[in-house]
Design a protein around this ligand. Structure first.
Ligand code: HEM
Length: 398
């Protein structure tokens, strides 16, 4: 195990855990990050990839346009996997135009249309959870709320939510362990999910009724065609809830483990937004982001070749002791908002305000419903890119 290797001097090295995926079973990913940070701020693994742990370097790299989002050597004339068209894997003018069309509903007055949808989903799901006793809150509401929110904002019927859930879990796994194959073609869950959304968009356009997040749809379809538009709306559906689900679960996990912080929140609801920000810092749902240099670059004094994969460890940057004092502590009163959980630069998350709105609303509702929450049992996801809980049983008391 990497964490014990660091202290025992055994032959195993931290990179075994990095390669296998940082959240497998007993692997303590944060100890692994600490060890990598100690070895070098920009650490090159024996297999050639480069890992960046420091806050300043991760932050700078996220804004560095010499580091591309597009994996090198991918064969654009190949079978054309759905994920190749995703906004997140576009650069330059194509990226800017698509981003502009997709982000409209998230800015200014657009957000007002989203609020009642969030409020209704929270009311339905938290309101239906038991008032007392042990409850798996992931099964009861932390997953269902962001699913319903994004589904309804995209006009997906509630009865199709089980499909969304199955695709989301499959895409999450694919991005972690099968990315190269999926990107370069071949059938994958993102293609199947996209097929659904292509039909969905066709139907919406024919009916002339556009749900809140799709007011810019005609422009996207004009620019990209229906297939690429459908693929991007599938991406929005995935990115728009698979992350928020874990923000909410991770937040309840930490608050359940620290009753004093729960009591502080109950006494002063102005701290709710801090709890959301501190969770995003301490237990970032997106743990790592990859980039590929378009030309040779120097990062943290290390020469990096063109196309060498650079893994920006957001989860490590957000626990960098040079940036955040006592970084492993959940502290409601720290200034945590400058965390990198939503990325930075040209690709910074377009859904931040919605995710924070959902986090705030769930926490407000939980504080109103339960006097105490205590941890009983939990299971972390087996995924090195997404940090979150598969199950979280809490003892709730009203
Ligand atoms: C806690 C919740 C969330 C977290 C932690 C999160 C995190 C991130 C991060 C780190 C990126 C940048 C990735 C990169 O630079 O490679 C990103 C991009 C993105 N996010 Fe989020 N996100 C969240 C919620 C949402 C929501 C609610 C939506 C939409 C409804 C959304 C839609 C997007 C999109 C479309 C992009 C791509 C932007 C681009 O490439 O220009 N996210 N997100």
């Amino acid at each position: 195990m990497p964490s014990s290797a660091a202290t025992s001097g055994a032959v195993e090295h931290p990179w075994h855990g990095v390669r296998a995926g940082a959240f497998r079973g007993a692997v303590d990913t944060y100890a692994l990050h600490d060890e990598m940070r100690r070895l070098a701020p920009v650490w090159q693994a024996p297999w050639g990839d480069v890992y960046v742990t420091g806050y300043d370097l991760v932050s700078g790299s996220l804004g560095d346009r010499r580091l591309s989002h597009v994996p090198p050597g991918s064969d654009a004339s190949g079978p054309g996997s759905a994920i190749r068209d995703w906004l997140i894997y576009q650069e330059g003018a194509a990226h800017a135009a698509l981003r502009q069309a997709l982000r409209q509903p998230f800015v200014g007055k657009g957000m007002a249309a989203l609020r009642p949808v969030v409020a209704q989903a929270v009311e339905e799901c938290v309101g239906a959870a038991a008032l007392s006793g042990p409850v798996d809150v992931v099964a009861a509401f932390t997953r269902a709320i962001p699913e319903r929110v994004i589904g309804r904002l995209l006009g997906v019927p509630d009865e199709d939510m089980p499909l969304m859930r199955a695709w989301s879990v499959a895409v999450r796994t694919m991005l972690d362990t099968g990315f190269d194959d999926a990107f370069d073609g071949g059938a994958n869950p993102a293609d199947e999910m996209s097929g659904y959304f292509v039909e969905h968009l066709r139907h919406l356009l024919a009916a002339g009724r556009l749900p809140p997040l799709l007011t810019g749809l005609p422009a996207v379809v004009d620019a990209l065609g229906l297939t690429a538009a459908g693929r991007n709306i599938a991406f929005l559906a995935f990115a728009g809830h698979e992350t928020t689900v874990h923000l909410i679960g991770n937040m309840l996990f930490h608050l359940a483990h620290q009753p004093d912080q729960w009591s502080a929140l109950r006494a002063d609801r102005r701290l709710v937004a801090n709890a959301v920000a501190e969770t995003l810092r301490l237990e970032s749902p997106v743990q790592k982001i990859c980039r590929w240099p378009l030309e040779p670059v120097v990062l943290g004094g290390r020469q990096i070749a063109r196309d060498q994969m650079v893994v920006l460890l957001v989860g490590a940057a957000n626990r960098d002791p040079a940036q955040f004092a006592d970084p492993s502590r959940f502290d409601l009163r720290r200034a945590a908002r400058q965390n990198l959980a939503f990325g930075r630069g040209a690709h910074v998350c377009i859904g931040r305000a919605l995710a924070e709105m959902e986090g705030n609303a769930v926490l407000e509702a939980a504080l109103a419903r339960w006097k105490t929450i205590a941890p009983v049992a939990w299971q972390w996801l087996d995924n090195s890119s997404i940090r979150g809980l598969d199950a979280l049983t809490l003892r709730l008391a009203a």
